[in-house]
Design a binder for this molecule. Structure first.
Ligand code: COA
Length: 182
């Protein structure tokens, strides 16, 4: 089944059609590690920098350590099929930090990533969070637009915060506020 946009469908129609197929579970199933690792390598420069884990085992060990410190993960499915992964952790009861999100390439542009992320954010806001910060590589203009579409506002720019292939890369920082906050 292809999730590609049909040319005669508006974005709203496509999003409505796929919305009914979406389910979200938290934590993401532990057996999803290999598939999430594979999705992240569909666009390595959008997901990894020179300080990132270089093997799946090291990345999984990091996830387990972060879960022990309170990080929450979500796994998204469409019609039961794994399509995406999100992580967020509390910095305080009021403020959470996005730790990354990645969806398989076949669902990009369908609206499923938007809907799944909106649902995960709603869960965090229901837990009492008022603000979720999200850093991203400044060159990843797609995720910047994606986050703005979820209501993100600019917080600032961390210049040369990380390196990729030995070159400094800026991080942009945005924040999404709970309804009525911010
Ligand atoms: C980032 C991600 C979740 C976005 O989901 P998506 O379904 O692909 O996003 P959309 O297609 O809704 O696009 C979001 C916005 O970016 C725009 N966009 C799409 N491709 C673009 C591109 N190549 N350049 C600039 N903008 C682009 C879209 O037009 C849309 O903007 P709009 O809402 O103002 O029209 C998804 O692409 C993904 O998983 N990417 C790989 C991993 C990644 O980058 N993770 C982020 C790490 S912080």
């Amino acid at each position: 089944m292809s999730l590609a946009l049909a040319p005669d469908q508006t974005r709203a129609e496509t999003r409505a059609r796929w919305a009914s197929t979406l389910t979200l579970e938290s934590p993401a199933p532990s057996e999803w590690g290999p598939i999430v690792w594979q999705w992240m390598h569909q666009h390595p420069d959008l997901n990894f920098d020179d300080g990132s884990a270089t093997t799946q085992d090291v990345w999984l060990a990091g996830l387990a350590a972060e879960a022990a410190e309170g990080e929450r993960t979500w796994g998204a499915r469409s019609d039961g099929r794994p399509i995406g992964f999100l992580g967020m952790r509390p910095l305080s009861p009021r403020v959470w930090m996005s730790r990354g999100l990645c969806f398989c390439r076949s669902v990009h542009g369908t609206g499923l990533p938007h809907l799944a992320t909106a649902r995960a954010l709603a869960e965090v806001f229901a837990l009492g969070a008022e603000k979720v910060c999200a850093p991203y590589y400044a060159h990843n203009v797609r995720v910047g637009a994606f986050l703005r579409g979820l209501g993100a506002v600019e917080e600032g720019c961390l210049r040369g915060q990380v390196t990729q292939h030995g070159r400094p890369v800026d991080l942009k920082l945005v924040a999404i506020f709970a309804p009525g906050k911010g």
